[in-house]
Design a protein around this ligand. Structure first.
Ligand code: NI
Length: 253
């Protein structure tokens, strides 16, 4: 049984066939899916999906891309949504200096604000970090939530991974682990302790091999588990069992 800890099933790419996609996930052994909010609208949709499907859970949060659209009303809405029993984390939040879709000072302000809200609500955090390692480390060090959390779709160095693991964070692997150029990510997946990794799809994005080029979906999380098992020299079942046990601890489900 596998958990997909990071999916965007509210995405318009799933509008026509979401029920079929979810059935394929069930048939592939995906027992639980965490649907990730990244804006006001998608946080609300995540909670609606989690209310509709028993095996789905939700998170609420504002992605750095959407940081520029936040105001006091945003925080009131998210705080209210976070009280829903199916909401298991705050995120995805963080910094994205690769696409820079919001000004960097606004991204930092909105990230800090949400670490505070996660702390108040007692929820673990789901962190997005792209080309912003230094600032992300500084901000999470200065603003501890005490609730734990995960670095989603981790693709940084082993040096950075060691710092995050020491701070108690989990690391999540996704489709890029299966790509040919994933040298750093493979190194981290091989060296990290077995009680701290989880797996995800980030669907509809980051499709793993051999489906690269197609829309991603939760059933394909098997390919990430398969690769993780191969890298660590353990069976598929063992990799699935470990990542599931870790996800349960991380999200306290
Ligand atoms: Ni995502």
């Amino acid at each position: 049984m596998i958990w997909d800890t990071h999916a965007h099933l509210d995405d318009k790419q799933f509008k026509m066939d979401r029920d079929i996609v979810l059935q394929r996930a069930r048939d592939a052994g995906v027992r639980t899916i965490i649907n990730i909010g990244h804006s006001e609208a998608t946080s609300q949709e995540s909670v609606e999906l989690a209310t509709k499907y028993t095996f789905l859970y939700a998170t609420v949060g504002i992605h750095p891309h959407d940081a520029k659209d936040c105001n006091e009303k945003t925080w009131m809405l998210l705080e209210r949504l976070a009280q829903n029993p199916k909401v298991v984390a705050w995120g995805e939040i963080g910094l994205d200096y690769y696409r820079d879709l919001s000004p960097r000072d606004v991204q930092r302000e909105v990230f800090i604000q949400q670490l505070e809200l996660a702390k108040e609500s007692g929820l673990p955090v789901v962190i997005h970090n792209r080309d912003a390692h230094g600032d992300v480390l500084k901000i999470i060090t200065e603003n501890p939530t005490g609730t734990g959390g995960v670095f989603h779709s981790y693709s940084g160095s082993w040096e950075m991974a060691k710092v995050l693991l020491d701070m108690g964070y989990y690391l999540s692997f996704s489709g890029p682990l299966t790509y040919k150029n994933a040298r750093h990510t493979v190194e981290v997946a091989a060296k990290m302790p077995e009680d701290r990794f989880v797996v995800e799809t980030d669907c509809p994005y980051l499709t793993p091999e051999p489906y690269r080029g197609k829309r991603n979906e939760p059933a394909y999380v098997r390919e990430v588990v398969n690769k993780l098992a191969e890298i660590r020299g353990i069976s598929f079942e063992k990799a699935a069992q470990l990542s599931t046990a870790n996800a349960k601890k991380l999200f306290k489900i």
